[in-house]
Design a protein around this ligand. Structure first.
Ligand SMILES: [Zn+2]
Length: 161
């Protein structure tokens, strides 16, 4: 009998410019915000970074390769569909997410009031208890580059129990 596969780590990163008057979807939830991402899709930077981290752990191509902007099948698709497809590919390899950690850099909207709700939403999408999913907000304190949201995500995945 062969030894079980060792755990794998995946890293994902995403950034969207934020503009006035656009809906702000994060973690599949609509957030009350004067600014929202400029994007072809819903611009959900949290789910894009998390999806790329899952794909990385699965040894699969990245989000942009699997779901190109140019493909009408994915036009205006909710980003939860990308995450579900990444999970499907991970599970097809006999792996499950074990834990995830995310850092969100954003000045407006402030993340803090939404943090617990976002954390619960991500945990539910991943099928994990909330204490295995963490989310940290950072501000740039007015750094250069205008309003934007930038997310880094790491996922640890391993054999399904
Ligand atoms: Zn994105």
């Amino acid at each position: 009998m062969s030894a079980p596969d060792p755990p794998r780590i995946g890293l994902g990163w995403d950034r969207h410019r934020l503009e006035p008057g656009r809906p702000c979807v994060l973690g599949g939830l609509e957030i009350d915000s004067p600014l929202g991402p400029a994007a072809h899709s819903d611009g959900d930077a949290l789910l894009h970074a998390l999806t790329d981290a899952l794909l990385g752990a699965a040894g699969e191509p990245d989000l942009g390769s699997l779901f190109p902007d140019s493909d009408p099948a994915w036009k205006d698709a909710p980003s939860t569909r990308f995450l579900e497809e990444a999970l499907r590919r991970l599970r097809a390899r006999g792996l499950e997410p074990w834990s995830a950690d995310l850092v969100v850099v954003c000045d407006r909207p402030r993340l803090a009031p939404h943090r617990d709700r976002l954390r619960r939403a991500l945990a539910a999408l991943l099928g994990l208890p909330v204490d295995r999913v963490n989310l940290k907000g950072k501000s740039t304190e007015g750094g250069p580059g205008g309003d934007r949201i930038e997310v880094t995500a790491v996922v640890l995945a391993g054999p399904a129990a």
